[in-house]
Design a protein around this ligand. Structure first.
Ligand SMILES: Nc1ncnc2c1ncn2[C@@H]1O[C@H](COP(=O)(O)OP(=O)(O)O)[C@@H](O)[C@H]1O
Ligand SMILES: [Mg+2]
Length: 599
């Protein structure tokens, strides 16, 4: 068994495996693009100062000018400079393309890895974990939370690197051009950063409100669509429509407020940028007149100043998204940090089942009290009892869907806690009352029980569960698609398909948890007869409300409020005159025409 707990950062590192090289490559591409980009103002400034004008060249530029044939050649053929700028523009475009492409690939790789790992992890989490979660919440964590994290990494985090690269390069250029002007220009940096952070902190609160209200809106919609029958039955369409409209107006109003607020930010920060630029231009011109800076350098300086200031305005957005992404990452980490169940082996179990002194509660609610029970191999046990008496819980404990609190369950003398869960479950065919079928074909639903099942197998087990006639009655037979976009089955049909599916596993232990309830008595009897014939050596547990379903069992227990209150064969229990007898009498006291069902 694992498990090391991940922190949020550790979790991100884990998810980034496979995409981190792509992200790094995209940052390198950005670095090259930015460097080429910063060369252009340099070239223009040298051209103005020394090629058009007569300023002396510095070391680097005279080296480059010499390479190109010397200053006199360039003075006559300015097109060479234009060509170089054109080539640079091409290179910039190439690296921008590379950067975008690499980021997109990294993003998809990260997204894929996050989705796959969380999905397969969730499939291996214990039932007790699933009980504590709401399906909608898990789906949200697997979709929008994962999207938020990947978006943050591929857009915002990458942008942070870009801003950093741009800022460092622009500052270096500006400080080498003119110290005084650079100091004045960069004095605005902290102002801009603070302004951006403060603004987005407030905007973050607005965004959060929008998200929450969007949740409320979609819950309204979802509840009304899934409860469409109820809404109509009570004639509540108008009321629900008005409720939805009111929420919708409120929600859209929130967005308008956010947009207005952001518009305020971008325009005021534009203004701040304009003031800074104005100051640089005015002071720069004065310096230029005084001979402290050349015209070309001033032009270059102004270009770098724009490169420096514009992206800084994004910082607030990045920081505000950071906390949102962090929350999402934590929500995903919570899933990933929940402990998986262990993998099992293909071992075949055998022997008697024994419950000794079992006590079990869900959270604080005691459900099973002092259960002692022996089920000999190959025998049939019947369990009867009121709703909520703990019948399903007893079956779930045997399947280790939950862990017993006290006491021990053994199979063939082995504590089931020492048997890996999947080994145990391969040996126990548990058929639930609410058999869940997937939105696939009937054949596929049956085939999931056994790998490599042939069509003949599938048909054989469908007929054992008395459902083959129904299936063959559909135009597409076993290829009939079930679910929302397919055929809707009746409760009895679903139960019988679920039975066929479990029987296909040929497990040595089979549990029917109320799984014959929606099947008529005659079919119930046929299925049990088939079972007896086909599954001779199997140990069978039948949980039912219907006495006729379990009256032929070798042993019957009556559960009442989590305790076994009566135990014996049908005849013994009837003779005893307790609860069982009472249920028997009520059920026997049926109209004449139904009595024929009893066998
Ligand atoms: N997953 C669960 N979490 C909390 N309580 C549960 C859960 N499943 C069942 N219970 C409660 O435990 C009791 C026994 O339930 P169950 O074993 O399903 O009874 P039965 O199958 O006899 O109707 C009931 O009171 C039920 O409300
Ligand atoms: Mg039940």
């Amino acid at each position: 068994m694992k498990k090391k707990e991940f922190t949020s950062a550790g979790m991100l590192g884990f998810f980034l495996k496979g995409s981190v090289a792509l992200f790094a490559a995209s940052i390198v591409a950005n670095l090259f693009g930015t460097i080429f980009n910063t060369l252009v103002p340099q070239i223009i400034s040298v051209t103005i100062d020394s090629i058009i004008g007569d300023e002396p060249l510095n070391k680097v530029s005279s080296f480059v000018v010499d390479l190109l044939g010397g200053i006199d050649v360039l003075k006559k053929s300015l097109w060479i400079v234009a060509l170089i700028i054109g080539i640079l523009a091409l290179l910039i475009a190439l690296f921008r393309y590379l950067e975008t492409y690499l980021t997109a690939r990294a993003n998809q790789t990260l997204l894929r890895r996050m989705r796959n790992t969380t999905f397969s992890h969730i499939l291996r989490l214990p039932m007790s974990w699933h009980d504590r979660q709401m399906t909608g919440d898990i789906i949200q964590r697997c979709t929008s939370d994962i999207d938020t994290v990947t978006n943050f990494v591929s857009n915002q985090l990458i942008m942070l690197f870009r801003i950093l690269i741009m800022t460092v390069i622009s500052l270096i250029m500006m400080f080498t051009m003119n110290l005084k002007l650079a100091l004045i220009a960069s004095a605005f940096l902290p102002v801009m950063i603070t302004y951006s952070l403060l603004f987005y902190r407030k905007a973050g609160r607005y965004f959060k409100q929008c998200d929450e209200q969007e949740g409320v809106l979609s819950t309204y919609a979802q509840e009304n669509f899934s409860g469409a029958r109820v809404v109509r039955a009570f004639g509540k369409e108008r009321y629900e429509k008005e409720k939805f409209e009111k929420q919708n107006v409120y929600y859209t109003g929130l967005w308008v407020r956010v947009e207005r607020f952001l518009a305020l930010y971008w325009t005021t920060s534009d203004l701040l940028l304009a003031i800074q630029l104005m100051l640089i231009v005015v002071l720069g011109t004065i310096f230029c007149v005084n001979g402290e800076i050349t015209t070309g350098k001033l032009l270059g300086f102004i270009s770098y100043n724009t490169m420096l200031m514009a992206p800084i305005r994004q910082l607030g957005r990045i920081v505000s998204n950071l906390s949102k992404a962090n929350i999402s990452l934590r929500r995903v980490s919570e899933i990933m940090n929940a402990e998986e169940e262990e993998y099992g082996t293909a071992e075949q179990l055998s022997g008697d089942i024994e419950f000794s002194d079992i006590i079990f509660s869900y959270d604080d609610k005691p459900v099973l009290k002092d259960i002692n029970l022996k089920i000999p191999q190959g025998s049939t046990l019947g369990i009867i009892g009121a709703t909520g008496s703990g019948k399903s819980t007893l079956a779930a404990l045997l399947d280790r869907l939950y862990e017993t609190e006290r006491g021990q369950i053994t199979i063939g003398g082995r504590d089931i806690k020492d048997i890996p869960r999947s080994t145990l479950r391969n040996n126990i065919g548990l058929i639930l009352q609410e058999g869940h079928l997937f939105s696939r074909t009937i054949g596929e639903n049956l085939a999931i029980a056994r790998e490599g099942a042939s069509d003949a197998d599938i048909r054989n087990y469908a007929s054992l569960a008395c459902v083959s006639d129904n299936i063959e009655g559909f135009a597409k037979g076993y290829d009939t698609i079930l679910g929302e976009r397919g055929v809707r089955l009746s409760g009895g049909q679903i139960q019988r398909i679920a039975i066929a599916r479990t029987l296909m596993r040929r497990a040595p232990y089979i549990i029917f948890d109320d799984s014959l309830s929606a099947v008529d008595s005659e079919t119930d009897l046929t299925i049990r007869k088939n079972l007896k014939k086909e599954f001779e050596g199997s140990t069978v547990i039948i949980i039912s409300h219907r006495i006729t379903t379990l009256m032929n069992a070798d042993n019957i227990i009556v559960l009442d409020d989590g305790k076994i209150v009566e135990q014996g064969t049908h005849d013994e229990l009837v003779a005893k005159g307790g609860i069982y007898k009472k249920i028997f009498d009520i059920q026997m006291n049926l109209p004449e025409e139904l009595k024929g069902d009893l066998q």
